[in-house]
Design a protein around this ligand. Structure first.
Ligand code: FEO
Length: 390
């Protein structure tokens, strides 16, 4: 793999030892990551040296090289495991073999889950922590804060109170390797809604705990370390986790077989723009990145689903889109519907039923019903829907 070691200083005594993975095609076997992803790990140097999380097994060679650069021949005293998902714990077994005297610091759930993934060394020493427990390293003191379901049940974050650093696990993470220059919000939002989006309530609970801390730096497990303008990032997380729209705008999500549904959807986009809607995003669910369509559905306050009928239901990519929206707790949005059906249109009925299962979704009238291609009647309905959406 083309992993890139990224050793650098966060502060004089906190070093980044994570790895950029530019070769991975699908993160979690489903999310395209055109600019790769970083597996972040940190070392705190003090009387007791601590490694904060390991990395994906794909990056273990580079990670061990980074650890050696920072620690030299020294064996770390502790390794803190915030999250068991293998993109962070994958190299842990090899770490334990290399550093057999390092104590594992984690909560009880983490220990149980790790033993499902690995054969833990019988003589391994561990420090089991719970909410509010502290670990004094010398000048630094770590406080452990449980963050269940941000993103797995065992997740915890760690606050270091001397340098005011929050090690935030998956929270505030982002797709994209660290050597990529790109907008934070775009890839952080796609990451958030697709990976953590279901757990808004749990993210809110963590934000409440974090509000009581004086935080100067956020060190996530993916993406850049955040050290300036923290209210911007925390503000984004407040909006995202409350499921409130971030921007006024419309996403038109299209599931078209031969292009006629797509033509109607594009016509709707033109109508909306002509009526002054500034942000109109269009996603071809059969061809575009589904994760980006999910991101935009949450970003904007209005959504239009436009789909062909298929096998007396809805065309499969729309089925998949609606399934994902439901599983990510899509809510509090206004939705328009366009269906197409050449002989027995069903897509509208199916999409409406699926949307009505979601919380606080308002469905606009009329449902535009196309028979094969836009005609005078359906074009009039489309104009009425544009009027209702604008
Ligand atoms: Fe980055 Fe949930 O693991």
């Amino acid at each position: 793999m083309n992993a890139i070691a990224q050793n650098k200083s966060i502060t004089d005594t906190i070093q980044y030892v994570g790895v950029d993975d530019k070769e991975i095609r699908l993160f979690e076997s489903q999310y395209i990551v055109p600019n790769g992803v970083s597996y972040n790990s940190y070392v705190i140097l003090d009387d007791k040296n601590v490694v904060m999380d390991s990395v994906d097994l794909r990056a273990e060679k580079e990670w061990f090289a980074n650890l050696e650069t920072v620690l030299g021949e020294k064996e770390p005293d502790y390794i803190v495991v915030s999250h068991v998902e293998p993109d962070h714990s994958g190299s842990l077994q090899k770490f334990m073999e290399k550093y057999p005297h390092t104590k594992l610091v984690c909560n009880a759930k983490t220990l149980a889950m790790l033993s499902q993934f690995f054969t833990m060394p019988a003589d391994m020493e561990s420090v089991i922590v719970k909410e509010g427990d502290e670990l004094v390293l010398g000048k630094h003191t770590l406080t452990f804060i449980m963050a269940p379901m941000v993103h797995w049940p065992e997740v915890m974050v760690t606050y270091e109170k001397t340098e005011k650093v929050l090690f935030s696990a998956d929270g505030f993470g982002k797709f994209g390797a660290l050597d990529t220059e790109e907008d934070w919000a775009c890839e952080a939002r796609r990451y958030y809604f697709n990976i953590v989006g279901k757990y808004g309530m749990q993210v809110q609970a963590l934000l409440k705990k974090a509000a009581a801390l004086d935080i100067r730096t956020i060190c996530p497990l993916h993406g850049p370390v955040l050290s300036e303008n923290l209210e911007y990032y925390i503000g984004k997380y407040q909006i995202w986790s409350s499921y409130e729209p971030e921007d006024e705008g419309v996403l038109i999500a299209i599931a078209s077989i031969h292009g006629h549904t797509k033509q109607a959807a594009q016509k709707l986009a033109e109508l909306l723009r002509s009526k002054g809607v500034e942000k109109v995003a269009v996603a071809d669910l059969a061809r575009d990145d589904m994760a980006e369509a999910i991101e935009d559905a949450f970003r904007y306050d209005r959504l239009v689903v436009a789909a062909a009928t298929y096998d007396t239901g809805v065309f499969p990519c729309m089925d998949s889109f609606l399934t994902r929206l439901k599983s990510k707790n899509f809510q509090k949005r206004t939705v328009g519907i366009i269906e197409n059906g050449s002989w027995a249109p069903m897509a509208g009925k199916v999409m409406k039923e699926r949307l009505m299962e979601m919380k606080e979704v308002t469905i606009l009238e009329p449902v535009v019903s196309i028979k094969s291609a836009l005609d005078e009647t359906s074009a009039k309905q489309l104009e009425e829907l544009a009027q209702a959406l604008a």
